[in-house]
Design a protein around this ligand. Structure first.
Ligand code: SAM
Length: 345
């Protein structure tokens, strides 16, 4: 867990306020891009503090928009700040901030979903995975439609130690819809326990820092917002490839309210499904009548390990796709018609 850092280690020269920048450059929030801005610098300072000590750090801010969080990051005394913004309208306002902090800011007009983070920072900042996290931080208040796919992509990068994690255990402080924040940190038995809880917690220490009420944003979103901090773990809780863990966890949560064996069944082809499900549950020593949200991390680990063993014995298992089987059955059923006989053409 990051110790909250100090803000105001660097004083920016007098600048127009974030609100004035919005007016000056006519930066009306675009509803279709889910743009909601933070204008209150006490709040942006509070978000930035969650990242930990940023003095002399290298930071990437994703989606800086009109630059509220950007100002707080600069005030924390960072060495370098990389800004990645998709909407070109914000670039002139960000350039104004860059001029106020000479030599510190690099602005990229681009999409964080495709930006190559493995080249974003100087090589000398690299740390071994087992060492303390590098002095690199990712901070962002992105639209919810971007932050959830992005964290899934970054969790895969954590697992493979690539992307932003080529530098070591890079820490992230990101915002999510409040419910997603709750899912990311949910414990076994909790209503919010989901695929996201397992995928995040098996790879990272995840901390739900605080909630920002919707009314703090301009314009006000429909929901409240959670600030979540991630530090990749030295040792993932489940030591199996990302794709395998993802497949087991996705299958288990497919039937959230049913006994967990219902989801686990979908890992296996129809022929021999019951027998193989029983075999997996027995090897993993997991009670098949537990509900998916009741399973602990160590039970997921045992399920993944047992599934891996079965895949090693029969490599065709891993490529089996339950939905594809359903689609094919549907197509065959349609061809056979309602009588179960092939239709006359
Ligand atoms: N950080 C600012 C703040 O807190 O006031 C703006 C927040 S607004 C919710 C999200 C910002 O992310 C917008 O500036 C938007 O243009 C930008 N954005 C959206 N999708 C993006 C993407 N894929 N890559 C980079 N920036 C993106």
């Amino acid at each position: 867990m990051a110790a909250p850092g100090k803000v105001a280690a660097f004083r920016l020269p007098p600048l127009p306020t974030v609100g004035e920048i919005i007016k000056l450059f006519r930066l009306k929030a675009l509803k279709q891009l889910s743009q909601n801005f933070l204008l209150d610098l006490r709040l942006t300072d509070k978000i930035v503090k969650q990242a930990g000590e940023l003095k002399n750090a290298h930071v990437c801010e994703v989606g800086p928009g009109p630059g509220g969080i950007t100002r707080s990051i600069l005030s924390a005394g960072v060495e370098q700040l990389l800004l990645i913004e998709k909407d070109a309208r914000f670039i002139p306002g960000l350039q104004m901030l860059s001029e106020a902090a000479p030599g510190k800011v690099r602005i990229v007009h681009g999409d964080i979903l495709t930006y190559k983070m493995e080249k974003a920072f100087p090589k000398h900042l690299k740390k071994n995975w087992e060492d303390e996290p590098p002095d690199i931080h990712i901070i962002g208040n992105l639209p919810f439609s971007v932050s959830t796919p992005l964290i899934i992509k970054w969790l895969e990068n954590v697992s493979k130690q690539d992307g932003p994690f080529i530098y070591g255990r890079t820490q992230m402080t990101l915002t999510f819809q409040k419910e997603v924040g709750e899912r990311l940190t949910a414990n076994p038995g909790s209503n919010q326990r989901s695929r996201l809880s397992i995928m995040a917690q098996h790879l990272c220490t995840v901390e739900n820092c605080f909630v920002i009420p919707g009314q703090a944003f301009v314009p006000k979103p429909e929901v409240d917002v959670a600030v979540v901090h991630f530090t990749p773990l030295v040792q993932p809780k489940i030591q199996q490839p990302f794709e395998l863990v993802e497949k087991v966890v996705r299958s288990v949560f497919q039937f959230r309210r049913k006994y967990c064996f219902r989801g686990i069944e979908t890992l296996f082809p129809e022929n021999g499904r019951l027998k193989r499900t029983e075999q997996l549950m027995m090897t993993a020593d997991v009670d098949p009548t537990l509900r998916p949200f009741q399973l602990s991390m160590s039970q997921f680990k045992k399920l993944c390990n047992a599934y891996r063993k079965m895949c090693d014995e029969d490599p065709s298992l891993f490529v089996f796709d339950y939905r594809e089987e359903l689609r094919q059955k549907k197509t065959t059923g349609n061809l056979l018609g309602s009588t179960g006989q092939p239709e006359q053409t």
